[in-house]
Design a protein around this ligand. Structure first.
Ligand SMILES: NC(=O)c1ccc[n+]([C@@H]2O[C@H](COP(=O)([O-])OP(=O)(O)OC[C@H]3O[C@@H](n4cnc5c(N)ncnc54)[C@H](O)[C@@H]3O)[C@@H](O)[C@H]2O)c1
Ligand SMILES: O=CCCC(=O)O
Length: 553
């Protein structure tokens, strides 16, 4: 059922609440029912996209996608399996041999068309993100701008793929290092940035001359399909970008086929570290290159020397972005004892004042729902664990009565390092605060984790700034700043947070192979002019010299 059909239901407040195994009849508020049906767009596609065609699954099966705010059905998309992904891979593989030979200038032009269309349709793209992910519309708009920037950036980078000519130790040889597209790129993306996590990968791969088989999250397939619709209109040829949709039940088998296929040359995954490890293992069998953007456990450290108001602003901006469901959300707030009480009090006040829970389509909403009941259950259990070990809830601390996927914006103080909320990625609107005494203690707490994606600190002491920036074991470090994501910068983690980089000039390298070409057997020709003799002639020829020596000398 598409959105058009849903719109006919707009006057009904009664809705069907459904999870995978539970079907209940419930009531939603008038406001929620209205906001859920405000939108319909030609970008809402209900088929997968393979070889430039909008297709069903071979089995004919579909799965349902729900709005996490309202639990209303958004629509059904094909529930594909291994055989479907196999045909997408074969298509991408065949297409690679034509796409790689399209000039960089032409690839760039087509990507630019895609970008222009995405900009033209940015409001619809943002609404699709909000409807399927739940994040507030302003957040979704920021995501779409961010996502679009990757297409523009890589349309430019397509023309800047340089190789090297290196000085040879042997005069009869020349050394060339060429960069060539790696082949078919298999991609698996999450629900928390249903638009930007796709463009960050796909635009780079397509710019490099690769073809793509993408499986978007089962929670948010519509953003991926909308991007395909615009890619098609932009002139991206059939077979270059292929999207295979499936329910969570088929995610594993599809992932395995992508990882093990000899026709796929790289797997680019964004998601949890646990799933990243499974995929990395599958890829070992074919020694496939991988690009892994995985989970984090970001510390945000506030030193006694910090501007506390700036730190509060930074905390609010980063902690509650996408309801706390980003891989770079501060997960642990480590606050030095001299400013601890002030920070706890001010953060609690700001959260109470600013966080308005609701449907992302409502303008006043600043905090949307969590993605699903699994996520709510996890947040609940982390908060209960902290409470049971002696933490203090200064605001929030409970599921919200807005609906089954909503959790209150929560601040917890008196947190200790044995609590699960600082050991695990929370992925929810919960801010746990720990007190520390010394810089050494802060560094030890921050670095004692297997994650290494983003870390932040606030300090006005320049020596401390340098020490901390150098000692934090993270791929992304924010100094008196928490909003750092931008296409120009390299995004990626250390340790178990990932492998490789996305964005920046480095992002395209993931999709390129270096080929060393050695040109040998070069000989000086017998008949060639002797360079020495030529120089002698020039130096002793008065007429020639006149031409080279400036007259006023
Ligand atoms: N480092 C980054 O850039 C980055 C960005 C966004 C999200 N993340 C991380 O992603 C996680 C949240 O996203 P999520 O809940 O969707 O993660 P997830 O790992 O559960 O799922 C990610 C994707 O993998 C699919 N998947 C699940 N099991 C699979 C399997 N066995 N084989 C193949 N595919 C499988 C899912 O259907 C989804 O499409 C968090 O840990 C977050 O930190 C990281
Ligand atoms: O969730 C992770 C991605 C967030 C970002 O790119 O800023």
């Amino acid at each position: 059922m598409g959105l058009h059909r849903i719109s006919q239901l707009s006057c009904f407040c009664r809705s069907v609440y459904r999870t995978r195994d539970v079907l209940k009849i419930g009531f939603m508020s008038e406001k929620m029912a209205a906001s859920n049906v405000r939108f319909s767009s030609s970008l809402m596609r209900n088929n997968a996209y393979i070889n430039g065609k909008w297709v069903d699954s071979k089995s004919g099966n579909t799965f349902e996608v729900y709005n996490p705010s309202t639990q209303q059905l958004i629509g059904n998309v094909p529930d594909m399996t291994e055989t479907d992904v196999q045909s997408a891979i074969e298509t991408a593989y065949k297409t690679f041999y034509t796409w790689r030979d399209v000039t960089a200038k032409e690839r760039s032009r087509i990507l630019r068309n895609w970008y222009n269309l995405c900009v033209k349709h940015k409001d619809d793209l943002a609404k699709i993100v909000t409807i399927e992910n739940g994040k507030p519309l302003s957040d979704a708009g920021n995501e779409v701008n961010y996502g679009n920037d990757f297409i523009a950036w890589y349309s430019e980078e397509a023309r800047r793929i340089y190789g090297d000519i290196v000085s040879s130790p042997d005069p009869s040889k020349r050394i060339l290092l060429m960069k060539q597209p790696i082949g078919v790129a298999g991609m698996i993306t999450p629900w928390n940035f249903p638009n930007a996590m796709i463009t960050r990968k796909a635009a780079a791969a397509i710019a490099a001359g690769c073809t793509v088989v993408l499986r978007p999250s089962e929670d948010t397939p519509f953003s991926a399909l909308a991007l395909c619709q615009l890619a098609e209109e932009a002139g991206i040829p059939p077979g270059v970008l292929n999207v295979v949709t499936s329910s969570r039940d088929h995610a594993g088998p599809i992932g395995k086929v992508l990882c093990e296929s000899p026709l796929v040359s790289i797997i680019s995954f964004t998601g949890s570290t646990a799933v990243g490890k499974i995929l990395q293992n599958h890829c070992a069998s074919s020694m496939k290159k991988t690009s892994m953007e995985l989970g984090g456990n970001a510390p945000l450290i506030i030193f006694d020397s910090a501007n506390v108001d700036a730190a509060i602003k930074g905390t609010m901006g980063a902690k509650f972005r996408c309801g706390g469901q980003t891989c770079v959300c501060p997960n642990r707030l480590l606050v030095q004892s001299g400013v601890y009480d002030e920070y706890v009090e001010k953060l609690t006040e700001r959260v109470k004042e600013e966080m308005v829970i609701g449907d992302g389509l409502d303008k006043e909403t600043t905090l949307g729902p969590l993605i699903n009941t699994r996520a709510v259950d996890k947040v609940k259990s982390l908060v209960e664990d902290a409470k049971s070990k002696g933490a203090t809830i200064t605001t929030g601390g409970e599921p919200s009565d807005q609906g089954r996927h909503f959790y209150q914006a929560t601040v917890i103080s008196d947190v200790t390092n044995d609590m699960r909320c600082v050991q695990e990625e929370i992925f929810g609107p919960v801010a746990p605060i720990m007190k520390f005494e010394t810089e050494e203690e802060a560094i030890a707490l921050a670095n004692t984790t297997t994650s290494g994606l983003a870390g932040y600190f606030y300090s006005e002491n320049i020596s401390q700034v340098w020490r901390m920036a150098e000692q934090l074991e993270y791929g992304i470090v924010g100094v008196n700043e928490t909003l750092m994501s931008t296409v120009e910068a390299a995004f990626g983690g250390w340790k178990e947070s990932g492998l490789g980089r996305e964005g920046s000039k480095y992002g395209i390298e993931e999709y390129l192979e270096i080929k060393y070409v050695c040109m040998g057997g070069l000989k000086k020709s017998e008949g060639a002019a002797k360079p020495g003799a030529v120089i002698d002639k020039v130096l002793h020829d008065d007429d020639a010299l006149k031409n080279y020596i400036p007259l006023d000398n």
